[in-house]
Design a protein around this ligand. Structure first.
Ligand code: AMP
Length: 283
């Protein structure tokens, strides 16, 4: 694996590969890699000639400075794992090379309702920051395929919209959420939980799974209220539990003929913000 610090250098290297008709799969990450990230790398490896990954903790997408400062970093380990999983080139840039003019810029991407719903509502400016970095990275890497995780369901929708806005030729491949044996979605932030917190954390998956089991028999409002009560009882501070149409992220009062629904939750446990979702098909 070749490691690049300079965006221009990786661009040139990938340009040369493209001239040779090699397909490029790209996996953007913020590092502290776990098996969920590596699943994306393996999938990109199986489907492309060249796999590019980036590790960049993007300051523009953190609306909470403390969260940014506490974001875990395990770079030596990440490099080893990336090599084993079949990554060919890694971009490891500094903030200045990604944002030569600084990252505090006005909102520029028209994300419609995605901007203010759910994650957008609770993390103002977050998706503008995500778009800013993905736009920049797409210009640098120019991949054929972009690999994303379902764990960040709304982010996948935002990036899909971004690719249209910027006229990107890349297609998005979404991988299912990889979970720990007890159901907890793998996340770089999980290491910040205490032993006690780690034991409680799977409750967020359990309430979503209960929604999945009960969605045909009970109204969404009742299922959501029950889920919030359960999470609060375990010690979570809940941002939201929502049941929405998977295509649009419109909240559902009734199933209203929706065929595919997504149940999503975001909640704090010990100051660590956890998110998760389950897609419920064939309703
Ligand atoms: P991050 O480093 O958290 O920005 O994540 C980089 C990519 O990995 C994003 O597309 C995430 O959705 C994806 N990802 C994170 N956690 C998981 C997981 N548990 N399973 C699958 N993909 C994941």
């Amino acid at each position: 694996m070749i490691i690049f610090k300079e965006p221009d250098a990786i661009s040139k290297s990938l340009f040369a590969k493209r001239q040779l008709n090699k397909s490029i799969g790209f996996v953007p990450t913020m590092g502290a890699l776990h098996a969920g990230h590596l699943q994306l790398i393996s999938q990109a490896h199986a489907q492309n000639d060249v796999v590019a990954c980036s590790i960049f903790v993007n300051p523009a997408q953190f609306n909470d400075q403390a969260d940014f400062e506490k974001y875990p970093s395990t770079i030596e380990r990440d490099i080893r794992h990336l090599e084993e999983a079949g990554c060919d080139v890694l971009l490891l840039p500094d903030v200045k090379s990604i944002y030569p003019n600084g990252f505090h810029q006005p909102q520029v991407y028209d994300l419609g309702a995605l901007e203010t719903r759910l994650e957008g509502h609770y993390r103002p400016g977050h998706f503008q920051g995500v778009c800013r970095v993905v736009h920049r990275l797409m210009n640098i890497v120019n991949p054929d395929k972009l690999y994303l995780g379902q764990k960040d369901f709304q982010q996948c929708m935002v990036i899909q919209r971004l690719l249209k806005i910027i006229g990107s030729r890349a297609t998005i491949v979404i991988s299912p959420t990889l979970r720990e044996p007890d159901g907890l979605a793998m996340s770089s932030r999980n290491v910040r939980l205490s032993q006690e917190g780690r034991k409680k954390a799977p409750a967020i998956f359990q309430i979503l799974d209960e929604i999945r089991k009960n969605i045909r028999d009970y109204p969404p409002a009742m299922l959501k209220a029950e889920a919030v009560t359960k999470l609060s009882a375990v010690g979570f501070k809940v941002d939201y539990v929502e049941i929405a149409a998977a295509e649009t992220l419109d909240a559902l009062d009734t199933l209203n003929g929706a065929k595919t629904v997504v149940a999503l939750a975001a909640a704090y446990l010990e100051e660590v913000r956890l998110i998760d979702n389950i897609i419920i098909r064939d309703l």
